[in-house]
Design a protein around this ligand. Structure first.
Ligand SMILES: [Fe+2]
Length: 269
């Protein structure tokens, strides 16, 4: 049970959907694992959910039809859905479909005692991420606009290393500028990211840095080169308390655990 003013958020990430329902990445039919993950989360929620956070790599193929189907499926939950783009996105197509209310693409949203800032780190044609000057300036403005609210920042690319050199080479290229801004304001409690296809949770200058498993396939944590993991799809619950503290839990769909390592079918990350 959450308290009256505690927010419960569902975090899903790195769906890698195709227009083709049979489309696969890493040997996984991503439409099926997304559906399985979403229905498990909605069906097992310990109480009312206040919003869904989707931190990028929604479509693998960047097709309008893929975003449209995602939109229809996620809206069945009847919840606010806050999205950001990942490196695989196509800017025009994602903007056309996911910025139509009640979905929200980027921007910010006040939720109770919290303020959620949704950043765009997508660079067309690149696997690593970058916050362009106008996005860093917007971050500054949002951090001021948050006032005395506790801030949760969502960004697709990891702003801190997760311990796999091959993967950390494709993180947020100007992480230093991002981190210095959020450290200076003192109101950011957590940063939530995707991209790394694994669970991680660390503290950076008192700010919680968390990633969540993909709804499809995972990378093995802390490896020198890419080794796919046997770990199944997963998602994260977040409970944001009015005092700025956070309770969180990653849930894995254990029945979908792999018995052999998926092929590394990345053309790129
Ligand atoms: Fe991804």
């Amino acid at each position: 049970m959450t308290g009256a003013n505690t927010l419960r958020l569902l975090h899903i990430t790195d769906l890698h959907l195709y227009e083709d329902l049979e489309g696969e990445i890493y040997g996984v039919k991503t439409a099926q694992t997304f559906q399985a993950t979403l229905s498990r989360a909605l069906g097992s929620a310990p109480g009312p959910i206040d919003a869904v956070l989707v931190t990028g790599d929604i479509a693998e193929d960047g097709q309008t039809a893929t975003y449209r189907r995602f939109r229809e499926e996620i809206l069945e939950a009847g919840l606010p859905v806050l999205c950001i783009p990942g490196n695989h996105e196509e800017r025009v197509q994602i903007g056309e479909i996911l910025s139509i209310p009640p979905l929200q693409l980027c921007g910010a949203r006040r939720l109770g005692a919290w303020y959620v800032i949704l950043l765009d780190s997508h660079v067309p044609g690149q696997d690593d991420g970058f916050l362009v000057p106008s996005e860093l300036e917007r971050l500054e403005r949002e951090l001021v606009a948050a006032g005395d609210a506790h801030v949760l920042v969502c960004v697709h690319h990891q702003p801190v290393p997760v311990g796999s050199p091959w993967l950390d080479a494709y993180g947020l290229a100007n992480a230093r500028e991002f981190l210095s801004r959020i450290e200076a304001h003192g109101n950011v409690r957590a940063v939530l990211f995707g991209h790394v296809h694994q669970d991680s949770d660390q503290l950076h200058h008192g700010i919680r840095m968390m990633s969540t498993p993909s709804t499809c396939a995972q990378f093995t944590p802390r490896t020198q080169r890419c080794i796919m993991d046997l770990a199944p799809p997963g998602f994260r619950w977040l409970e944001l308390l009015p005092d700025g503290s956070i309770r969180t839990e990653v849930v894995w769909l254990e029945e979908l655990r792999r018995t052999e390592r998926p092929p590394d079918s990345r053309q790129e990350m």
